[in-house]
Design a protein around this ligand. Structure first.
Ligand SMILES: NC(=O)C1=CN([C@@H]2O[C@H](COP(=O)(O)OP(=O)(O)OC[C@H]3O[C@@H](n4cnc5c(N)ncnc54)[C@H](O)[C@@H]3O)[C@@H](O)[C@H]2O)C=CC1
Ligand SMILES: O=C(O)/C=C/C=C(\O)C(=O)O
Length: 484
């Protein structure tokens, strides 16, 4: 198992270049240098992948669930045995700290395979009895070939979060990782070969979104698309797939509120708020980017947040003491910087951070920013309404529960929200009215893979996780049997 200079597609069980023979440069954000190349795939590669997946479908969909279970567990074992190789590749590709990729990203990729391998053994269906006359039972059958398209922020974590349930439910898959972070998907291809996954069951096509990704969405052979990424891309995918009546699961952006009441456990809230603000450089759709603290503790909170933020170490991904690594790309760093400039125009005061960081001469061309805290922005300004997806939080005080709810719900997004209070009744009251697919109370990013995961409003449609994912990747068919 090794990261290689020339990444290959994984089609019909073999590692192959793009049909065109063309490669694109893969940069590491840690130095801004090219360190490998990935295939510039297009419709011809996707067509080969879909054909291979179609041929593999009868064998895979009819295989005993325990056969799928064994193979998926074997893939998880191989990832676990090679944790360091995977975690290093993830850190170099995405710029995130190795301390994160080795404890969060890669362990979660293993868990995704294990969780859904086991779920394949447990998945059942409903029946509905019409007393004295008939019984209805529901067959849940795999869809066929499905497309899985994932982003760069949690590369293998989110890639496997889609692939594993699709395979567990008996589908065959054509998947594309982000062009910014292709390396761990390539390592996964090697793991599938080593595990003995039958040819064509999983096919991984590398390349650009508008070319290779678009070809997966447009191909008449893909019956469903599971996508995580930006809201604009999600809208475009929906426009393409809807007239073809494909099933769609879209997990999109967020502008998530943290609401901090005076009665919270202040110390625990501070620890978790720092995490929810700047984990992975704020490049997680669940990060809390708008923080509202109740007026009596607002100033104490603000001063403590600024102090702790200034203490965070921005450094190269492989250094042991790095808290925040590099942002994923130059273009993304410039996007984040443009929002920092906009925030000032919109009346915000940058209390700390927002400047370029240079963790040493080897890294001077990498994409490093000091994490920023902004105060004084109105709720309806662009900085408070649009997803920045970087190490930037905006803070403001509030007085009442009603005001906090209005602020929290006042954006087009509805992915997650975090509440800090020791008053259980208030927590339930607020949770009921928050427009978010996930509400965390006195915690953040505490994940149980059985729960529904996804957002409302412009944060997407559908839910991933547990039974929801298995339902998405199957077609329910009701059979009604009259017996009297
Ligand atoms: N999980 C999330 O919520 C994420 C949100 N974003 C947001 O989106 C913004 C833009 O980031 P991008 O890297 O451009 O994300 P993106 O949404 O364009 O990329 C995500 C995936 O979609 C693919 N893709 C792009 N265009 C496609 C198309 N026409 N058809 C099929 N697949 C396509 C990409 O190749 C990648 O694999 C970020 O600044 C951030 O605000 C980005 C990544 C993850
Ligand atoms: O924990 C999860 O399942 C998902 C986490 C994060 C994202 O989906 C994201 O950042 O896109």
């Amino acid at each position: 198992m090794s990261a290689e200079k020339y990444i290959k597609n994984y089609i019909n069980g073999a590692l192959v270049p793009a049909v065109s023979g063309d490669y694109l440069e893969n940069l590491t954000p840690s130095t801004g240098e090219v360190y490998s190349y990935f295939p510039d795939s297009g419709p011809a590669d996707v067509d080969q992948a879909v054909k291979a997946a179609q041929e593999a479908f009868p064998g895979w969909s009819n295989a005993e669930p325990r056969t799928r279970f064994r193979l998926m567990m074997r893939i998880a074992d191989i990832i676990e045995q090679n944790l360091e190789v995977y975690a290093k590749a993830e850190a170099l590709d995405s710029g995130k700290p190795f301390t994160m990729s080795s404890t969060v990203d890669i362990p979660r990729a293993q868990s995704n395979f294990r969780f859904f391998a086991t779920a394949a053994l447990q998945f059942g269906s409903e029946s509905h009895h019409m007393a004295g006359s008939a019984i209805n039972y529901t067959l849940r059958q795999p869809l066929g070939v499905v497309g899985c398209i994932s982003p760069w922020n949690l590369p293998l974590y989110l890639f496997t979060w889609k692939i594993a349930p699709a395979l567990a439910a008996g589908n065959t898959v054509v998947a594309k990782p982000s062009e910014l972070t292709p390396m761990t998907a390539f390592l996964l291809s090697q793991a599938c070969i080593e595990a003995g996954l039958p040819a064509g069951v999983l096919n991984i096509v590398h390349g650009l979104g508008p070319k290779a990704g678009q070809a997966i969405v447009e191909h008449p052979g893909t019956k469903a698309i599971s996508f995580t990424g930006g809201t604009k891309t999600g809208q475009h995918i929906a426009r393409t797939a809807a007239p073809m009546f494909k099933k769609l699961s879209l997990e999109l952006g967020g502008k998530n509120p943290n609401i901090i009441f005076t009665d919270c456990d202040f110390d625990e809230m501070m620890v978790q708020t720092l995490r929810s603000s700047f984990s992975n450089n704020g490049q997680i759709c669940l990060c809390g980017s708008r923080i509202y603290a109740q007026r009596p503790i607002y100033e104490r909170f603000r001063d403590e947040l600024v102090k702790r933020t200034q203490f965070l170490k921005v450094g190269p991904p492989l250094a042991k003491d790095t808290d925040l690594g590099a942002l994923v790309s130059k273009a993304h760093m410039e996007k984040v910087q443009s929002y920092l400039s906009l925030a000032e125009v919109e009346g915000g005061k940058i209390l700390c951070g927002g400047t370029v960081a240079n963790p040493g001469s080897t890294y001077e061309n990498g994409y490093y920013l000091r994490p920023a805290v902004i105060e004084g922005l109105p709720i309806d300004c662009r900085t408070n309404q649009e997803e920045i997806f970087g190490p930037v939080v905006s803070i403001a005080p509030f007085d009442t529960e009603a005001e906090a709810l209005e602020l929290a719900n006042g954006t087009p997004y509805g992915l997650s929200a975090t509440l800090w209070t020791q008053d259980v009744s208030r927590a339930h009251r607020m949770a009921e009215h928050l427009q978010a697919g996930i509400v965390w109370v006195n915690c953040w990013m505490l994940r149980d893979l059985r729960t529904p995961f996804g957002g409302m409003k412009q944060s997407g449609i559908g839910r991933e996780g547990g039974q929801e994912a298995l339902r998405f990747f199957t077609e329910p068919k009701n059979v009604c049997v009259k017996y009297r």
